[in-house]
Design a protein around this ligand. Structure first.
Ligand code: SIN
Length: 352
C-alpha cells in the first residue's frame, strides 16, 4: 500500500517536473519547404538524389534531441527544390510567418529550405517579416539518406539558434554547418561541400557549438524603413537579372524591355561596369521608366555609386553590397512602394 502511494507520488512529481520544463522551453514553429535537407537518394554515397521528398515529421523524428531544446511543431508549407522557389511562395511564407509570430504561443520560427536560393528567401523575409522574434533558415548539402547527412545537426543547430533569447532582434538568420549568418550578407559559396555558406564581406555573425549559440558580432538595429508590407499583395513587380561578360550582346536586354519588366538588375563586371554596347540599351530602359540597378558578378565588395559609372547622369541605381540576386529582391519590393530611382538608391544605401 505504502509502496503504491510512494510510486503514485513520484509519478505525479515527475509529471509536474516535465510540464514545468515543457512550459519553460520556447515554442519553435518549423515551416518546411523542401530542399536537400528533405532529399532522398538511392545510394548513401552518391550525389544523385531528389530534393524535397521527406516530410518534416520524419526529419524531426530523426533528431529527438531537439525536444530537449524547444517545444517544436513542424508543418509542411510546400515541398520543392529551392531552384523552383517563386514570388508566390515567398509571399505565402512571409504572410504565414507574420501571422505565426504575432501569436504569443510562438517564440521563434525555423524554415527548412533548399540551399540554392536560401539566401534570396532569407533576404526577402528580412524585408517583409515584421517581428523581433528569431526567424532562422536551415538546409543541408547532403540528402537525408546520405552517409554523414548534415541535415540532422543543421536542424538541431537551427532550433538552438531560434530558441536562444540572444537571437531576438537579430533579424532573419541562416544556420548552416555550425555558422550563423545574417540574411543580408550570407551567400552560397560552394556547389557541393557541406561548408557551403559564407558572408564574404561581413563574415558569420555567430556560431553554434555543443548546443549553444555564440554571437561574434553585436546586435544591429535594422532601419525600420526597410520593412515592406506584403499584406494584400497578390504578386511582385517583375525584375530581370542580366549577366555581363566579355562580348555580351545587347539583345539580352532588348528582350527584357517591352516584356512587362519594371526593373533590370545588370550583373556587371568589376565594380558593376557595363559594356559599351549595353549602355545605350539600359539608357533606353530608363527612358521607358524601367529602373536599372547596377550590381556585380564579383562575389565580394560593393558596386559603388558614381565611381567608374556616372549613375547620376544615367539615373542608374548602384546595388552597394547586394549581389545581383539580392538586388533583385530589394528592387521588387522597392517597386511596390515607389518608382523614384533616387528613393530606391536610398534603400540600397542601407547596404553599404
Ligand atoms: C535545393 O536548393 O532545393 C537543392 C539543393 C540543396 O538544397 O542543397
Amino acid at each position: 500500500m505504502m509502496k503504491r502511494a510512494l510510486f503514485t507520488a513520484a509519478a505525479m512529481l515527475l509529471m509536474i517536473f516535465t510540464s514545468v520544463l515543457w512550459a519553460q522551453r520556447p515554442n519553435v514553429y518549423i515551416l518546411a519547404t523542401g530542399g536537400t535537407i528533405a532529399g532522398s537518394g538511392a545510394s548513401s554515397v552518391g550525389t544523385n538524389y531528389t530534393a524535397g521528398q521527406v516530410e518534416i515529421a520524419s526529419l524531426l523524428d530523426a533528431v529527438p534531441q531537439i525536444k530537449e531544446v524547444a517545444n517544436v511543431v513542424g508543418r509542411q508549407l510546400v515541398r520543392i527544390g529551392s531552384q523552383d522557389m517563386d514570388d508566390a511562395t515567398w509571399l505565402l511564407l512571409a504572410r504565414r510567418i507574420n501571422e505565426l509570430t504575432s501569436s504569443d504561443s510562438v517564440d521563434a520560427i525555423v524554415v527548412t529550405h533548399g540551399t540554392d536560393t536560401m539566401e534570396e528567401t532569407a533576404f526577402f523575409l528580412s524585408l517583409t517579416v515584421g517581428t523581433k522574434k528569431p526567424v532562422v533558415l536551415v538546409g543541408a548539402m547532403r540528402p537525408s539518406t546520405a552517409l554523414s547527412a548534415d541535415g540532422p545537426l543543421n536542424l538541431y543547430n537551427a532550433v538552438v539558434v531560434a530558441a536562444s533569447p540572444q537571437s531576438v532582434g537579430r533579424g532573419v538568420l541562416v544556420a548552416m554547418n555550425g555558422g550563423v549568418y545574417s540574411a543580408a550578407t550570407v551567400t552560397k559559396m560552394h556547389t557541393t561541400n557541406v561548408e557551403a555558406f559564407g558572408a564574404p564581406d561581413a563574415g558569420a555573425v555567430g556560431y553554434v557549438l555543443n548546443g549553444e549559440v555564440h554571437y561574434i558580432l553585436p546586435l544591429e538595429h535594422p532601419d525600420d524603413s526597410l520593412h515592406f508590407s506584403v499584406a494584400g499583395l497578390e504578386a511582385l513587380p517583375r525584375v530581370a537579372v542580366a549577366y555581363g561578360h566579355a562580348g555580351v550582346s545587347p539583345d539580352i536586354i532588348e528582350a527584357v524591355i517591352g516584356s512587362g519588366y519594371k526593373g533590370i538588375v545588370y550583373a556587371g563586371v568589376g565594380n558593376g561596369n557595363i559594356h559599351k554596347d549595353i549602355l545605350p540599351v539600359l539608357e533606353e530602359a530608363r527612358r521607358r521608366g524601367i529602373i536599372v540597378v547596377r550590381s556585380s558578378r564579383v562575389p565580394s565588395g560593393p558596386t559603388s555609386l558614381d565611381n567608374e559609372v556616372d549613375d547620376a547622369r544615367y539615373g542608374f541605381v548602384a546595388s552597394q553590397l547586394l549581389p545581383p540576386q539580392k538586388a533583385r529582391v530589394l528592387l521588387m519590393l522597392a517597386l511596390t512602394r515607389t518608382d523614384d530611382w533616387q528613393q530606391i538608391q536610398r534603400y540600397f544605401n542601407e547596404y553599404r
